[in-house]
Design a protein around this ligand. Structure first.
Ligand code: HMG
Length: 397
């Protein structure tokens, strides 16, 4: 029985900050960000957006009544959780009206969490093929202001439904993993921004990929020559090029056949969004499926997931015939192109002064996305659905 990804949907905030403006503020050559790191824009959430509103916004379009009725489990993967105890997925479960006979959990292992969710969900569906699992990867990637990591920030969510006989991708059984206790990136309790040893993190990422690739092959995975398309975790898109080069070097003969074409369509969305931690690999996958003009039917895609700290996993999937009919290309491309650019002042106040951390706070209305954070009441977050009328009010004011 085939099991894998049946549908995928993206949600990003309505605003972004151009990295050329950040370069000007930092007094450095913008080409460092544009070409050195391969990033153009960072997605910036408004004060009434968080990982819950983004997650609900990503999942809602792919939840038909039939799908909703067969979801047995919701797994929300994040490393920017909003509560130390309650799973953010429970807010999403409520907002989306998913039935109560359902388990809801949150997964954390830096950027790797959604891949753990995907592998677990696939095994669950293999055991109980009538069930569907909703996985949502949702994150706000935040570093200290004026740090070297600031230019790689971003925000967004990606939702996937995992099912038997999926309409987009069949996951292969083979996968290769590599775990290693290392302090390349971490976020201590009580800190909003991640701490990072940036250059170490790049080395550990690449070593993790080599080890996971070797384990994937030992576990019966495909040869590199059988994986014409590749997607790598993208903290910034240039990292994919580094990963691709390292993978080719591990397989000098087969690697010689591969060109940059094998991964470059996977960079197009991430370049416009920035790091989205758990969602980043899957936004790369979506970008490949939605932007590659070639028909990918029955072709294999190799994927590398990395979460600092660190866990890496190499796995692969095959594209299902008819996949194009089940993508939401127009909606995603419009969502990305209709965003507004922010000034430096607004970007820093939205990104670094979180009103939602107050004990009591009515959130000013900024977001016109489907779901928004309305208020915080005694540290309880209260979410609501945006109506066309409330969006109209915003336009007038
Ligand atoms: P840096 O020191 O600011 O940058 O740190 P650099 O000096 O290394 O330059 C970066 C690149 O720009 C270099 O290219 C330069 O040559 C080039 P490379 O040698 O790497 O190919 N460059 C230029 N190119 C064109 N024109 C110019 C120019 N100037 C320089 N004028 C760093 C960069 C990524 C380390 C920093 O931004 C950082 O710390 N970022 C956050 C950490 C990160 O993203 N790590 C990635 C691997 S770990 C990971 O992926 C996990 C993560 O997602 C978290 C999780 O798992 O939860 C982060």
């Amino acid at each position: 029985m085939n099991v894998g990804i049946d549908s995928i949907s993206l949600c990003v905030p309505e605003s972004f900050y151009p990295l050329t403006d950040l370069a000007e503020k930092h007094g450095i050559d913008p080409n460092k960000y544009l070409y050195g790191l391969g990033q153009e824009k960072m997605s910036v959430p408004s004060p009434d957006e968080d990982i819950v509103t983004l997650a609900a916004g990503a999942a809602n379009p792919i939840l038909t009544d039939d799908v909703r009725a067969s979801i047995s489990t919701v797994i929300l993967a994040t490393e920017s959780g909003i509560d130390q105890s309650k799973s953010a997925g429970l807010f999403v479960h409520g907002l989306l009206g998913i039935k109560s006979n359902c388990r809801v959990i949150e997964f954390k292992q830096a950027c790797y969490g959604a891949t753990a969710a995907l592998q677990m969900a696939t095994d669950m569906v293999r055991q109980r093929p009538d069930e569907k699992i909703l996985i949502i990867a949702s994150d706000i990637a935040r570093y200290e202001q004026d740090s070297l990591g600031e230019c790689t920030q971003g925000a967004g969510a990606l939702a996937m439904v995992i099912s038997a006989n999926p309409r987009l991708l069949n996951l292969h059984h083979a996968h290769g993993t590599h775990s290693f206790d290392v302090m390349d990136f971490w976020r201590p309790n009580g800190h909003k921004a991640a701490q990072v040893d940036g250059h170490l993190s790049i080395e550990v990422y690449l070593e993790s990929m080599r080890q996971a690739w070797s384990n994937y092959k030992d576990n019966g995975g495909h040869q590199l020559s059988e994986l014409p398309w590749l997607c790598f975790h993208q903290p910034f898109t240039k990292m994919s090029k580094k990963a691709f080069t390292a993978l080719k070097e591990s397989e000098p003969q087969q690697g010689a056949e591969l060109t940059d074409l094998s991964y470059e369509h996977s960079l197009l969305y991430g370049r416009q969004i920035g790091n989205t931690y758990t969602a980043s690999l899957y936004i790369g996958l979506l970008s490949l499926l939605e932007n590659n003009p070639q028909d990918l039917t029955e072709q294999n895609i190799g994927l590398f997931s990395y979460g600092s700290g660190s866990v890496g996993e190499f796995f692969s999937a095959q594209v299902v015939p008819g996949y194009r009919q089940h993508l939401r290309v127009k909606e995603h491309q419009e969502m990305l192109s209709n965003r507004q650019a922010l000034s430096h002042e607004k970007y820093t106040s939205w990104f670094y002064q979180s009103l939602a951390d107050h004990e009591n706070q009515v959130m000013p209305k900024f977001s016109n996305r489907e779901f928004r954070l309305e208020k915080v009441d005694g540290f309880r977050r209260v979410y609501g659905v945006n109506t066309p009328e409330s969006n109209e009010l915003k336009k007038v004011s």
